[in-house]
Design a protein around this ligand. Structure first.
Ligand code: GDP
Ligand code: MG
Length: 164
């Protein structure tokens, strides 16, 4: 069967936007406030000659900080258990936050391949320097993208399919 790739990250970092950009259609619901992705959502994606199943792990995203962290842990664990590669997505505009570090620790310990993506880098010249703090997560080189502007997605996908 096809490799499975899961998108994991805090509410509002752009998981569903990335999912839709890669799926080529609007399957996942994107909204300005957290709490809108109804369930795990799947799409078939191809890049070069590789096919894979992509999962938006968004779930029903909470607004309280405590619940956000516990739900992120749950989503990360599901991704660890069910996927071959994990896209861990962060947000350059919010910067590195504590729950990112906690989930990154979990992902690192799992030994699963993780692609560390920094989203909302809408202008590579302007915001690239802001991506460097994400090296501190200790899960590899940050890959800058803008899901809404579709920047950096090819380079990101090259890194994903290296692990198949
Ligand atoms: P999710 O909660 O992680 O699924 O995040 P969403 O995909 O629902 O996106 C949350 C918000 O971030 C929405 O307002 C999106 O339009 C916005 N967003 C997503 N990707 C980008 C991006 O690359 N740049 C900017 N500036 N905003 C983005
Ligand atoms: Mg979502």
């Amino acid at each position: 069967s096809k490799p499975v790739v899961a998108i994991v990250g805090r509410p509002n970092v752009g998981k569903s936007t990335l999912f839709n950009a890669l799926a080529g259609e609007k399957i996942s619901i994107v909204k300005d406030t957290p709490g809108v992705t109804r369930d795990r959502i799947y799409a078939d994606v191809s890049w070069l000659d590789k096919d894979f199943t992509l999962i938006d792990t968004g779930g029903i995203e909470p607004e309280s900080k405590d619940i956000i962290l516990s739900q992120m842990r749950e989503q990360a664990q599901i991704a660890i258990d069910t996927s071959d590669v994990i896209i861990f997505i962060t947000d350059v505009k919010q910067g590195l936050v504590d729950s990112d570090s906690k989930v990154a620790d979990m992902l690192r310990r799992s030994g699963k391949p993780v692609i560390l993506v920094v989203n909302k880098v809408d202008n590579f010249d302007k915001y690239m320097a802001d991506t460097y703090e994400f090296y501190n997560l200790g899960i590899g080189d940050p890959v800058p993208i803008s899901a809404s502007s579709r920047l950096g997605l090819g380079d990101m996908l090259d890194k994903v399919i290296e692990h198949f």
